[in-house]
Design a protein around this ligand. Structure first.
Ligand SMILES: [Zn+2]
Ligand SMILES: [Zn+2]
Length: 331
């Protein structure tokens, strides 16, 4: 579907059994098209991509560059296959490029780090292995391919009709980027800002030291740039970027308060705190025990990201005992 002149949105479904889809965008220009994100590498994903191009009368061979906002499988999974089909160059932030091998190819070391990480969060020993392996199935939906073009803040990408600047917006992922077209007021923002859900931000071995702090700084960076259309990685295209960012910041502050209230004067692990606060609040709220193992791991890591920020702000203190971290609200 052509949303504004020259910008087409294709919806790529998640693999069978998971609801949702990824928005990918084809941006046409006299010097070829730019593809922003690709969706999962599944047979249905590839078919949706090819049919979406045909539906909008777009030619695969026109795609010159695949810009990946971040390497989560729902944005990057299909990039290798698309490159194989049309020869386009893959471009992403240098930090994302550095994670590909460790996450999707030689991942044994990461798996060991994840077990140590989750043990320090207080995940019970009986659940540790299941938690650590909760994302291994994702690799099946990624054809890992290293970038030929490495991007950084302020780089420019042009196709004759659109002149994008690269904004470095870490937090959701350490090398997450957005593309901004200043003269047309367009922002392609991956998973930085979504209209009808709150993007996940979690602390883990590949997240950087303070992902939530980075994420809030990234929101500030884009908040006041004049924007007519926001093209997110999921959900509807929207305007009103500033208001939506205010919602997200309020949500994050509420999470901080939920965590401080859950600690309630006691020493607790990250896992204990995660079990005591509601999840999926934008969908009405779900108790931790009712989440699947993948969502439980996301919940624990998101709690860890908040607690890291609160500790850096000196609002929470930490004690390490036998490889497990315990936290207490400071007076
Ligand atoms: Zn993502
Ligand atoms: Zn996503």
């Amino acid at each position: 579907m052509e949303i504004v002149a020259g910008v087409h949105q294709l919806k790529i479904p998640f693999p069978e059994g998971i609801s949702g889809d990824t928005n990918v965008y084809v941006v046409e220009g006299s010097e070829g098209s730019i593809l922003v994100d690709t969706g999962w590498d599944s047979p249905d994903g590839l078919m949706a991509f090819i049919r979406g191009l045909e539906w909008d009368r777009l030619k695969l061979s026109d795609i010159q560059q695949i810009v990946v906002t971040h390497i989560h499988p729902d944005h990057y999974g299909l990039a290798g296959k698309v490159k194989e089909l049309c020869g386009a160059k893959i471009a992403m932030h240098k930090l994302e490029g550095e994670l590909i091998n460790l996450r999707y190819v030689n991942f044994e070391e990461l798996l060991r780090k994840v077990e140590v990480e989750l043990a320090s969060y207080g995940v019970p020993i009986g659940e540790l292995s299941g938690f650590a392996k909760a994302s291994l199935w994702l690799r099946e939906f990624v054809s890992p391919e290293l970038p030929e073009v490495v991007l950084d803040e302020g780089d420019e990408i042009s196709n004759g009709a659109f002149n994008f600047e690269v904004l470095y917006t870490p937090g959701h992922s350490p090398g997450h980027i957005c593309l901004r077209e200043p003269t047309k007021g367009l922002l392609f923002c991956g998973d930085l800002v979504l209209h009808n859900s709150f993007p996940h931000v979690g602390l883990h071995p590949q997240s950087g030291d303070n992902p939530l702090g980075d994420y809030l700084d990234s929101l500030k960076k884009v908040q006041n740039r004049s924007t007519n259309f926001v093209f997110p990685g999921h959900g509807p295209v929207f305007n009103g970027l500033k208001l939506r960012i205010e919602d997200i910041v309020r949500h994050r502050e509420q999470r901080n308060m939920d965590i401080i209230n859950a600690l309630n004067g006691d020493l607790k692990t990250i896992y204990q705190v995660a079990t005591e606060i509601p999840w999926k609040v934008e969908a009405g709220g779900v108790a931790f025990e009712d989440l699947g193992i993948w969502d439980k791991r996301l919940a624990v890591r998101e709690t860890a990201a908040h607690i890291r920020l609160l500790a850096l702000q000196d609002r929470i203190g930490k004690i390490d005992k036998y490889g497990v971290s315990l936290f207490l609200v400071k007076d």
